[in-house]
Write a protein that binds this ligand. Structure first.
Ligand code: ATP
Ligand code: LTN
Length: 329
């Protein structure tokens, strides 16, 4: 059974891009693999400095992960800061990646450019090293993520191969897995930009917990183009292609097959909005139920952290030993 690992940050509210690009694949894959999913609160520290908010958003995100269908009896769901090996291996990873490699990461370039007037932490720069630790600690064969994470998975592979070359076979070199449709959901108001938790405006972002009427409205107002032809073409027709991809992802078809059913933009927008409401409504009900018992959520996360630690501590011990650090025993 392949080992799968993927993580999500507790920054802001989960959106349709997170769901279609990542969470849905986590849920559908959990029975065919040994699945580990982390809520990476330490990663969120790279952009969060307000006291007291991360704990609440971590618990809400846990409820969201179980609401979308991760089964705590099947998948291991844990919080990154509950497993200290992440920070410990993160340092080893920082010493295995170069300044030049980190400088080429587009996520760092984009996020630091957006925060120009703000504090830019060193953690934002070294973020991919901690991400590599998240993945390599679990001997993950596969990492299901959205397309935006490709560069981070590639650098993880490079780090793993470099470390194995220096110190002997220690880490599994993981593969990226992206969904057929939904790997890059874009902002409904700015269809060339990725739908993102950290966007400046909310109007083009569909949140998992949005009311049905708000979702329908956001789709009705989606930015398209003026040539009037329904066709899947990401470059020439980013707005229409995004709607086609979302509708395809919700209905299990390809964007091209979906395009064949439409000649006008209005019905496409309406059907995409309704398909999303149909997918999200049961998730919203389960979310509310789960948030009604926060003690149980915390218990599930403790169980997840225990399982995660048993794997992570063995990998960290192997890493230290292969480097040849002096044993404390
Ligand atoms: P931010 O935009 O603030 O970096 P985010 O929305 O990307 O946050 P993350 O927690 O960083 O959220 O990502 C969780 C998962 O969701 C990752 O696997 C990521 O690839 C995926 N994802 C995020 N945005 C999209 C999107 N627009 N389309 C498809 N997948 C996405
Ligand atoms: N960098 C990712 C979140 C993330 C992740 C990981 C994803 C942190 N650690 C490990 C997969 C595997 C993001 O910004 N979406």
């Amino acid at each position: 059974m392949p080992r799968v690992l993927s993580c999500i940050q507790p920054t802001g509210v989960v959106h349709l891009g997170n769901y279609l690009g990542a969470l849905r694949t986590w849920v559908s894959g959990q029975h065919e693999c040994d699945a580990f999913h982390g809520i990476v609160d330490l990663h969120a520290l790279t952009v969060t400095d307000r006291p007291g908010v991360l704990g609440t958003s971590t618990l809400e995100l846990a409820a969201t992960l179980f609401a979308v269908g991760l089964d705590p009896d099947v998948a291991t769901v844990f919080v990154q800061s509950h497993v200290p090996e992440h920070a410990q291996l993160g340092w080893v990873m920082e010493c295995t990646v170069s300044y030049g490699e980190l400088s080429r990461m587009t996520q760092f370039k984009d996020k630091s450019a957006k925060r120009e007037a703000d504090f830019i932490s060193a953690g934002l720069f070294t973020y991919p090293a901690l991400q590599a630790a998240d993945i390599l600690l679990y001997d993950a064969d596969e990492v299901p993520v959205g397309e935006d994470q490709r560069q981070h998975i590639e650098i993880t592979r490079d780090i793993a191969m470099r470390f194995n070359g220096r110190f002997g076979k220690t880490f599994v070199v993981p593969k990226i897995i992206t969904p057929r449709a939904g790997a890059k959901v874009t902002d409904l108001q700015e269809p060339t930009a990725k739908m993102s938790k950290s966007a400046a405006s909310d109007s083009g972002i569909v949140y998992l917990l949005d009311e049905p009427s708000a979702i329908i409205k956001k789709f009705k107002r989606a930015v398209t183009d003026s040539d009037g032809e329904v066709r899947f073409d990401r470059t020439e027709k980013p707005g229409i292609s995004n709607l086609l991809e979302i509708l395809a992802a919700c209905t299990g078809r390809t964007p091209e097959q979906t395009a064949a059913g439409y000649t006008q933009y209005g019905p496409l927008k309406a059907d995409a909005g309704e398909a999303v409401v149909d997918v999200l409504t049961p998730i919203q009900h389960r979310y509310r139920e789960l948030m009604g018992d926060q003690a149980e959520l915390s218990r599930l996360l403790r169980v997840g952290a225990d399982k995660a630690r048993s794997v992570a501590s063995a990998t960290l011990a192997r890493t230290y030993s292969n480097i040849g650090l002096l044993s404390a025993e």
